[in-house]
Structure formats: structure tokens, C-alpha cells
Design a protein around this ligand. Sequence first.
Ligand code: GDP
Ligand code: GDP
Length: 495
Amino acid sequence: MIPVVALVGRPNVGKSTLFNRLTKTRDALVADFPGLTRDRKYGHANYADQSFILIDTGGIDGTEVGVETHMAEQSLLAIEEADVVLFMVDGRSGLMPADHLITQHLRERKKPTFVVVNKTDGLDPDVAMSDFYTLGLGEIYPIAAAHGRGVIRLLEDALLPFSESLQQRLAQESKLNEEETGISDDEILEAKLSEGLLDTTDEEPLSDDEIAKLEEQIAAGDGEEEVAFNPQTDLPIKIAIIGRPNVGKSTLTNRLLGEDRVIVFDMPGTTRDSIYIPLKKDERDYVIIDTAGVRKRGKIHETVEKFSVIKTLQAIEDSNVVLLVIDAKEGISDQDLSLLGFVLNSGRSIVIVINKWDGMSQEDREKVKEGLEARLGFVDFARIHFISALHGSGVGNLFTFVNEAYDCSTQRVSTAKLTRIMQMAIEDHQPPMIRGRRVKMKYAHAGGYNPPIVVIHGNQVNALPDSYKRYLMNYFRKSLKVMGSPIRIQFKESE
Ligand code: GDP
Ligand code: GDP
């Protein structure tokens, strides 16, 4: 399960700054669901191949009244939801009474906690940190969120228990140091810190040998790589059913499982874990990830916090295809768009399901369709499917779209074909000149599936403007006929 990291601390210590840096976005999902505060922001982040969910809380300063008290309580709830807490303090203002208050809460909840002293830019880190040892919360991490300094060391330590690859890498690094280089961990760390927050989500660039081999393959017109297994036949398709409260997720889950397989769980709405239900249909294996918790029919009792953002985000992350359920009678809300944004960010395939299509007048249906066009026009690659989970109409067909989205996102495409598509795209529309030189794209190969990743090698490719990158992405999507899945393009400098 993808870990949950909560940022807590007084207002103004720099939580949002760190949040934005780590999630690389300014428009995080602001939880504005019934029973949740407006004040918790959820974002998706990635470091060294380890995904994690980041929660930003409004802040607690101990003087809250009225609405603010509620917010402070919500910050505490975020601590509850988290696997790790980053407790942020301000190195410039030093220790404040509210820091003690938060410390007390953290102690009571016994969460793994990292004390993060922010704004240490231009300060002597030792002096900036000294104040905070008295909190007695363990190791202290000096950072400058605004510049990225110190963030890598913090992330590596905070994520270490959750990330096998990080554990392996660190073990390997320190072994190498000892045995061969004689360079201490501290020196390596220093070098990393001076580079700021590295984006390590990209793979290593290919070696010269690998590039030569690929170029040979292209010349020979044979780019089909051997793969150990075929995801289209060897793995069940994991389908996450997500959506706002009351859109019909449980009703749909029950429908998909069939009349004879209504499964009843009595789970409190705040539980973090979804239910995984295996299902076979037309010889294909699926696993339904049920975020709602299937409830006994006719016995729908609303809990205050029936909807859990964490549960939803984890289900998205763990799925292959997401069914985003939207209530036709309510129309498309900002929350639906937030959820959609999350799905697109995650790279998962998506089918948009408009539920409660029964009992609507023709006029209302037209209105809904207009709304969809206006608000969902930007995801023109996603199928929109109209159903009634209650009566079952349209539900059977859903699997067709799920299969299509999954198959599109896992298709194997040869280097030769991807390179040809890239060349056609260039012929149709030349890349711009950068610093007086034409950007040179040499070849393309597949870099992953679900979502499909196209890796383009060349010179100055990283300098391509976003508009051209988008053009390439659309060109690849159309040429490869990918429906229901985003496509990612990565660029590698060949020099
Ligand atoms: P939040 O209320 O805890 O979310 O704090 P913000 O992220 O909004 O930051 C509060 C203020 O601190 C803003 O003016 C930031 O620009 C500033 N700030 C954040 N990080 C740093 C840092 O590393 N160094 C300095 N000097 N200022 C910072
Ligand atoms: P969840 O919170 O997303 O799991 O939503 P539920 O499945 O519990 O459904 C919420 C309410 O919407 C219930 O009263 C359902 O009977 C009703 N509902 C679900 N699907 C449909 C549908 O297709 N048409 C109509 N009219 N009502 C539905």
C-alpha cells in the first residue's frame, strides 16, 4: 500500500511550500467532501520510484476559536490517517508555544515523526536546529522548502521503511562507499544537497551500448522486445470504483458482482482499506476494488465520513482501470473534477460512468450531456458511459470499455513503430529551434505500460516547449489509437 505522509505544524512555517514542491502541483485535491474539512489538501508525490500520498493540513497554533478549532481537529485527523508525520517548525522564529502543543498530540498518537526545521536558508543549521532538540521527538532535519535544500535526506529517511528499492539503493551506496571509493555518506549527501531536490522519477539514461543496440534494431525493423509475461493475459485487471458519496458506487459494485454475489461488509466509513473482490467474466479475470464498502441493500446508513480521500487515492494507485462514477442527477461537480485530476495524474486508465440515468427526462439528459462536454472536453480520450446501477441498464457493457482501456494501456509497440510515428509527427510539424539549433529527435521506444510511456531520445529534447510535447503526445495517442488511457512521453538527451 502506498504510504501516507502528513505535514503538520503551525500556520506559516512552510507546509504548503513543501507540499507544492513535492507534489509538483498547485492545484491539489482540496478535500471538500461532506464530513471533511476544506482544510486538508491531498496530493500525490513520488521520490525514487516510491509513490506516496501527501496531506497538507491548515495548521494548529493553539489559539483557535470556532471554525479554527474545527480545523485544528482536522489536522489531528490527518495525523490519524498518516503513516508518517512530518512536523514542520520555523527555524527563523524558533520554538513557539504551539509547537509544544503539537508535540503533545504527536506523542499521544505515537506516530513515526520527523521534526523538520524549515527556512534554514541563510542560517547556521546547527543554531537553527538547537532550539528544537528540547521537543524530544528524535532526529531533526534542517531544510529550506523554498529551495529544496535538505529535502532529499528527509524523504529518504521518511520513506525508507516503505520502499524496497530505496532500501536496496541505500544499502548498495553505503557498501560501495566503504569498499571502493572511500567517500563517506556525508560527502555524498552534501553533493546531493547542493544539487537541490533531484527529480529521480526518471530512469537512468541509456548507456551508449544500449543506444547502439536500439539503433541497430530500428535499422533492422525489428524492435519487438522479449517480455517475461503478457499483462493482457497473465494478470487480473484491477478496477477501482471511485466517486463522491452517494453517486452509486455500492449499488454498481453489487450489480457488477451479480445478483447471487451480493457481499455485505459492515465497515465503518473511515476505514482506510478498500475491499478487493475477485470476479471472472467472459474468461477474463478482474478484481474489483470497492472503496465504498458494499452495504446491505435497503439498509443504507450514512456515516458522517463515509468518504475517505486516502482510501480513494490508494485504490486509484493500486488499480489498472478506474471507474469514476458521477451522479447524473447532480451533474459534474468540482469534486468530480478533482478526482478526475487525480486519476489522470496517476496515469491509470479511466472510464467515466454517468450513473442514475434512469428516470430522467430527455431535456435533463441533454443538459447533462452539455455539461459533460463543457467540463470534460479536455479528456477526450476517456469513454463516457451512461448507466443505471439501480436497474442494471448499461452495466454489462462496462466490461467492454474496461477491457478496451486496459488493453490500450498495455499494448506492446515496437521501437521501429514508435520511431516511425515520431518521424511522421516531425514531418507534419517540425520542432522549434532552440538556441539557434533545431531540436533533434533520434528514435523512440516503449518505456512502460499502464500508462504507456514513450521514451524519445535526441539532442536538446528536454528543451522542447510544452506545446510541442503536447503535440507529440496527441500524435502518439491518435496513431496508436489509445482510448481510455493517458500517454506519457519522456525525453532523454543522447549526448
Ligand atoms: P504554511 O502556512 O505552513 O503552509 O506556510 P507557507 O508554505 O504558506 O509558507 C509561509 C511563508 O514562508 C511563505 O511566505 C513562504 O514563502 C515562506 N517560506 C516557505 N519556505 C521557506 C524557506 O525555505 N525559506 C524561507 N526563507 N521562507 C520560506
Ligand atoms: P455510494 O455512496 O456511492 O456507494 O452510493 P450508493 O450505492 O449507496 O447509492 C446511493 C443512493 O443512490 C442509494 O439510495 C441508491 O439506491 C441510489 N442509486 C444508486 N444507483 C442508482 C441509479 O442508477 N438510479 C437511481 N435512481 N438511484 C440510484
